[in-house]
Design a protein around this ligand. Structure first.
Ligand SMILES: Nc1nc2c(c(=O)[nH]1)N=C([C@H](O)[C@H](O)COP(=O)(O)OP(=O)(O)OP(=O)(O)O)CN2
Ligand SMILES: [Zn+2]
Length: 149
């Protein structure tokens, strides 16, 4: 393959994993009534579970020698550490330190941000994390691209 204009193609590589976890939508910054009003059935003290799907996408140039942006075997190890070991078969609010020990509510948005930040730290130099997509249910999906304002 001869690269067009001598430039290496930029390709997105996605690895997906599934996790089962329970949680409750509840803000430590609010009283019980306000929590119930805002989060409704999702504020039930017994909590509820989801079969989440996480899609982790890295974007980068295809290496001329290996033909890869990143070896998915390496991405798999990172996702195992950051996603599976931390969230799978856990109660997000009680078992995941960043939710247990802070005021973060265990929404899909916040879980996606936590996963993004933790994966980014473990990626090899030069590999950019493009997006973390979290499917909370078959109908609810959030995307995080690492943008903060
Ligand atoms: N912006 C957000 N809104 C809501 C979140 C969230 O993470 N971010 N989460 C919830 C609940 O945790 C849960 O995901 C909602 O479950 P449910 O209503 O059962 O799911 P569906 O919308 O897929 O199912 P319906 O059949 O439409 O009820 C709530 N809001
Ligand atoms: Zn939920």
């Amino acid at each position: 393959m001869s690269p067009a204009n001598g430039k290496r193609p930029i390709v997105d590589v996605t690895r997906s994993e599934s996790i089962s976890a329970s949680h409750r939508l509840h803000s430590k910054l609010l009283g019980d009534e306000e929590n119930s009003r805002i989060f409704g059935k999702c504020n039930n003290p017994n909590g509820h579970g989801h079969n989440y799907k996480v899609d982790v996408t890295v974007r980068g140039p295809v290496d001329e020698v290996t033909g890869m942006v990143i070896n998915v075997a390496d991405l798999k190890v990172i996702i195992q550490k950051v996603v599976m070991n931390v969230f799978d078969h856990k109660n997000v609010d009680l078992d995941v330190p960043v939710f247990r020990d802070t005021n973060l509510v265990s929404t899909a948005e916040n879980i996606a941000v936590v996963i993004y930040d933790d994966i980014q730290e473990l990626l090899p130099e030069g590999v950019k994390l493009y997006r973390v997509r979290l499917h909370e249910t078959g109908k609810n999906v959030v995307d995080y691209y690492g943008i903060r304002e």
